[in-house]
Design a protein around this ligand. Structure first.
Ligand code: FAD
Ligand code: SF4
Length: 295
């Protein structure tokens, strides 16, 4: 395998990108990614934070420590992985990490690998999705992606600008990809609006170094609060209102995730919009406004 280190985006010409390598190296090792050209993009992807703009090469460790960063994103980074991984893992790479579904990682010929079966649906699926879980029930593993979705972040790539919601797609019969990036398209920068308040809450098997069973991000802008969830669908999942949790379609082994999501959404709302949380709770007290926040 050839390792290239371009110093300008104009030099890009195919290959697989590597930044921190925390995801792509295990995938190469296990033969899940095969390439003859590995392209180290650390020289050409901006790194650092300036106001609302974040270089895609900024590490999770740098994001969690910077007071300019909205709380939801800081906390999502802080609760991700381990200090060592956050020290090298970039935010761009985090958004594009592959699924943790063990069948996929063990190379079962499942739907996401181009087959016609989801082995998780029929087999072990405790950590899998409760939304959009047909035909693939994988659960998106990125905490920061959910935070950025709730914050309404925009991405700048070598080819375009796009809302983070448009970075992700559900797999279809003719295209099993979970992102919309074109081959060779590099994420350069993120623009992350400043909310009035935001929060990220995460349920995991251990208190540290554990992927989200359910992660809930909430961000309040003006009089509205946006929610986005990690670990509940094959892609980061936006909720227009907490009532949308009623539309979940859990598998037998993931029903518990819906209950966790309800609790975390309620707590996240309390964290970002305490004005509406009267002792009897927002539902009873403000039925018409129940999930709207007040300045
Ligand atoms: C044990 C373990 C636990 C973890 N726990 C969590 C967790 O709890 N929560 C969580 O959110 N994450 C978790 N992660 C994921 C971790 O945060 C990511 O692996 C890391 O952020 C990826 O960044 P990287 O720079 O190392 O990416 P790389 O491994 O270098 O790249 C990852 C992918 O992104 C592509 N890529 C990289 N940069 C760019 C770019 N700028 N533009 C386009 N494509 C690019 C690569 O080609 C590759 O496909 C965990 C990882 C491990 C190994
Ligand atoms: S959940 Fe998705 S990735 Fe996992 S076995 Fe099913 S189709 Fe494959």
């Amino acid at each position: 395998m050839e390792l290239l280190r371009p110093s300008d985006v104009a030099e890009l010409d195919g290959g697989v990108f590597i930044h921190g390598g925390t995801d792509v190296v295990p995938l190469l090792r296990d033969g899940l990614v095969v390439t003859e050209k590995l392209v180290d993009v650390r020289e050409i992807v901006p790194r650092g934070i300036e106001g609302t703009r974040i270089g895609a090469g900024t590490t999770l460790g740098e994001l969690e420590a910077d007071p300019q960063i909205p709380e939801a994103l800081r906390e999502a980074c802080r609760l991700a992985a381990s200090p060592q991984l956050r020290n090298v893992g970039s935010i761009g790479g985090n958004l594009l990490q592959a699924t943790r579904c063990w069948y996929w990682r063990l190379k079962f010929p499942c739907y996401l690998h181009g087959g016609d079966r989801c082995h998780a649906r029929e087999g072990q699926h405790r950590e899998h999705a409760v939304f959009a879980n047909t035909p693939c029930a994988s659960a998106h593993p990125s905490d920061p992606a959910a935070a950025l979705l709730s914050l309404g972040a925009t991405l700048r790539t070598t080819q375009r600008e796009l809302p983070i919601a448009d970075l992700y797609r559900l797999p279809t019969a003719d295209n099993r990809e979970l992102t919309t990036l074109e081959p060779g398209e590099l994420i350069l920068e993120l623009d992350v609006p400043q909310p009035q308040a935001s929060a990220y809450l995460k349920a995991m098997d251990r208190q540290r170094w554990s992927f989200p069973l359910v992660g809930v991000a909430a961000a309040r802008f003006g009089d509205g609060t946006r929610f986005a969830l990690a670990g509940v669908a094959p892609i980061p999942w936006a909720l227009d209102s907490p009532e949308e949790l009623d539309a979940a379609t859990p598998l037998p082994g993931t029903e518990y995730k819906v209950e966790i999501a309800r609790a975390l959404v309620s707590r996240a709302l309390e964290a970002v919009a305490p004005a509406y949380l009267a002792p009897s709770g927002p539902r009873e007290r403000y039925p018409q406004l129940r999930w709207r926040a007040r300045r």
